[in-house]
Write a protein that binds this ligand. Structure first.
Ligand SMILES: N[C@@H](Cc1c[nH]cn1)C(=O)NCC(=O)O
Length: 421
């Protein structure tokens, strides 16, 4: 992840960026492949909401510990090798999910996928940092994140694009997801192969240069970092448990949409993020204001949930609000994190945030599934979803409080944020 003094050729850097983004597309497609089949899994395999929630929760579960190890491995073995290895693990997980005969096999597949996918995401960030040491770094990261969102949107649109696949039941869509994971592996393999040249030429770090991980480092982060961490946990837990697991079903059962329309509605959030995430990042960099944008993006989430749960307004309104939130918060959060901690601690800081974030996402999926099952939520009993919406509304409002405290205590200007770190 360290910058080399001589840079690889620009053309090669953008080619590697494109390959990494293509690989990230597959990773996010598989991540979001459960939501569109949630209803089919219930109808055809008799899964409960808790079981559906567990299929996404179990993705996050191993990362409660492993993501710190993953970061160290990326530093040790290099981004290219880790991107390749972890995309292989992701493919194995996607195949196991699609072809396993029972729930436990599927859950094991999602577990395996989760083990690969989060470290894969760190490796892709490291890959971009390797090739874009200069001024295009935020743009390149924003673009890779944006293409990843396109993968999420494609998974949600797949009931429309591949209606025949869904008509044949729960399994063919998951086999399709495994196919997408295979293309992700292919892109990672080409990246690994291309990367050998500049690495051997000494234009990139060769790996094996990991700084020793010191637990004491964690205590040196300032107050603002901890507010950001709690905000990260609450906001991602709600947005991922809702948008990636339960929203399609919620739209079907509470707002009367069919599967294809519900998937399409959900996908617009991700589609907006494809373009808006890099654009918002560029804007925040230009204006050098982070905390107010973060507070605004965070505010939109509980507002959108309230609109969904308490009104009969057009679903376009809540979709637009969540779309802006989903684009704005990540575009600001990661650059802001880099301003809150010393550069030498950035990996540790992100690793720690993701450890707790994964615990939160996992817990939110389990709690929401349990609340729905307890209230027997279904198309015949849409009020059964009220508990889940209160839970998500409360958590996202607490996230907003963290964003406001962060803004009030440390966030007037980015240099003040730096001073508070
Ligand atoms: N740790 C990941 C969690 C995630 C998000 N989508 C799939 N997994 C993360 O925070 N990534 C950054 C992001 O905004 O996607």
């Amino acid at each position: 992840m360290t910058a080399a003094s001589a840079q690889p050729p620009r053309g090669l850097a953008w080619l590697i960026g494109a390959l990494v983004a293509a690989s990230q597309f597959g990773n996010y497609y598989v991540y979001d492949s459960i939501g569109p089949v949630a209803d089919l899994l219930q109808q055809q395999r008799g899964f409960s909401d808790s079981q559906v929630g567990l299929l996404n929760a179990i993705y996050s579960l191993p990362n409660v510990v492993l993501i710190l190890v993953g970061g160290v491995l990326v530093d040790r073995f290099g981004a290219a090798r880790m991107t390749l290895w972890t995309s292989l693990v992701c493919l194995a997980g996607a195949l196991l999910t699609a072809f396993s005969p029972d729930f436990f096999g599927m859950a094991a597949g999602r577990l395996l996928f989760g083990i690969g996918a989060e470290t894969f995401s760190i490796a892709t960030l490291a890959a971009i940092a390797d090739y874009f040491g200069g001024s295009s770094l935020a743009l390149a990261m924003g673009l890779a994140l944006g293409i990843g969102r396109l993968g999420s949107a494609s998974a949600d649109m797949s009931p429309t694009w591949f209606a025949g696949t869904y008509a044949r039941g729960w399994q063919p869509p998951l086999v399709l997801a495994a196919g997408v994971a295979a293309t992700s592996l292919g892109a990672a393999a080409v990246y690994w192969w291309l990367d050998r040249g500049p690495r051997r030429a000494g234009l990139l770090p060769t790996g094996n240069s990991a700084e020793k991980f010191v637990w004491r480092d964690l205590l040196h982060f300032g107050r603002a970092y901890w507010y950001l961490l709690v905000l990260c946990v609450l906001w991602y837990s709600v947005i991922l448990a809702f948008r990636s697991t339960f929203s399609i079903k919620y739209f079907q059962h509470v707002h009367g949409l069919d599967l294809a329309t519900a998937g399409e509605m959900n996908s617009y959030v991700f589609l907006a993020a494809v373009f808006a995430t890099p654009a918002f990042g560029w804007l925040c960099d230009r204006l050098q204001r982070y905390a107010p944008f973060l507070a605004f993006g965070t505010l939109l989430l509980p507002v959108a949930l309230a609109v969904l749960a308490l009104t009969h307004w057009s679903l376009w309104i809540s979709t637009a609000l969540i779309g802006i939130s989903y684009s704005l918060v990540p575009a600001v959060m990661w650059p802001l994190a880099s301003r809150l901690v010393a550069p030498s601690r950035f990996g540790t800081a992100i690793g720690l945030m993701w450890v707790i974030q994964n615990a939160g996402i996992s817990g939110a999926n389990l709690v929401a599934g349990w609340l729905n099952d307890r209230a027997v939520a279904s198309a015949a009993n849409p009020a059964g979803y009220d508990g889940m919406m209160v839970f998500f509304g409360t958590a996202s409002t607490l996230g907003l409080v963290c964003a406001l405290v962060l803004w009030a205590t440390a966030g007037r200007r980015h240099h003040e944020l730096k001073a508070s770190a």
